[in-house]
Structures are given as structure tokens and as C-alpha cells.
Write a protein that binds this ligand. Sequence first.
Ligand code: 3PY
Ligand code: MG
Length: 261
Amino acid sequence: MQMNNIILDKFNTGEPCVGTFTHLLSPTALRAMKQTGLDYVIVDLEHSPVGPGTAAELVAAANDAGLGTLVRINAISRGQILKMLDAGAMGLIVPQVNTADEVRELVSYAKFAPLGNRGYCPTADGGWGFSEDYASGMSGYMAQANERTLVIPQCETAGCLEHLEEILAVDGVAGIFIGPYDLSIALGIPGQFDHPDHIAAVERIRKACADAGKLCIMFCGSGDQAAGYFRQGFPNVAVGIDVLTLIAGTKAMVDTAKAGL
Ligand code: 3PY
Ligand code: MG
């Protein structure tokens, strides 16, 4: 846990926040990305080959660089949740959520008592017991960690759409992350992001979060799309995946170079 959580702070002050997924397994790439104006990265345990040990190294590199750090876990597993929060991740994104009961289980692992049952050990989160959060002792750290740790289920299944308001009302849930690809599959319109049903579902989720006073993060693939989602009123957009950005940037450069031949 960092002393500041830029993702939470920007949401609370109404400033737009931009993140990206990282699949490159490269601490150097994360440090370099700090030079771009990016606010945070999402280390992805669901769709990249990264395991918990590497994820912890990536979280440390991004935290040290001054980037916000979210980890997308791949299961509501007590072990995985503790490892990522103990490594200093500022929050968790949780895919394929369907019910409020799943979310209550998630909160019980991610939040200390009295809200949940997160297990305690002095770890990188809280500077092994030496961060300012400990100024008022272990209970002070626990309260700060509960305040700052973002628990963010993904809305990308029919079940989550059906139970959205109930999920948002679970104490300890910071907001929702929209997975447009899986959401489009759940709606029976794979990849059709301009389909009226997809547009309506995305707006419904954004508005439910706004009405609940909670964060809503939209994922998309390009800067143009991200700008559109900011115009629509999203407080936070996660755009792209670093490996795809590397391909796009390098390909554009190679294409331009070869145009001179
Ligand atoms: C989706 O679009 O399904 C996602 O999970 C985005 O990361
Ligand atoms: Mg998904």
C-alpha cells in the first residue's frame, strides 16, 4: 500500500485518470511508461503469463516509479489476493464476477477487520511496518489500508449486469471496471461495440456507478475511444495493453521508414 493512491485521489478530486494494462513482464517498461503522463498500470494475472512473483516485482517497480498500481487477479482466491495486496498493489480488478455473494467473499479477503478478514503480516505494503501508516500503530495501518485498497469487480457477464446495483452496494466495493469484450459476448454481439445494446449496457453501468458515488473504469483500445469515454462522463479509462502499444508504435515507424524505399 502506497501512502497515496493516485487512482482514488483523482476520483475524489474529479480529475480524469488514465491507465493501461501491462503484459510485457518488464519492470523497465513500467518505469519508462511513467514518462508518458500515464497515471496507473494494471498488472494482468488473467490474460498474460505473469505469475504472482513477477507481478509483485512489477507492482514494486511501478510504485517506485510513481505510477498507480492495480492488479487484475484471475480468481477470487484468498492466497492470490493477499499476495498482491501485500506486494503493495493499490487495488484489485476482478474478472467474471456474477453475484454479490462472490463480491462479499472478495471483500472479506481484501479488507482487514472490522470490514473483512484480511490476514496480517508486515509486508512491502506498509513498508514492512515502517510506513507513516503505522504512526498510530497496527490498527492505524489496517484502517488506512482499508480506506485506500480499491476492490473493483469487472462488469462483463450477464450475471453482473443483472445484479449490478446489489454488487455496487456491497460495503468495501470501490466501483466497477467494464470489460467491453466479454460484455459484448455476454450480450450476444461479440466485438460490436457500436451496437445499441452494447452502448446502452455501458451507459447503464456508468450511470449506476455515478448514482452510487463509486468509480467506473472503462477499458478501450485507442486514445480516440478513450477521449470519447471521457466525454461520455467516465472518470477513469484504461486504454490499451503495453505489448499492443509496442507493436503499433514500432509498426508505424517501420511502415514510415519503408515508405522511403
Ligand atoms: C474485456 O473487455 O473483456 C476485458 O476484460 C478488458 O480487459
Ligand atoms: Mg474480460
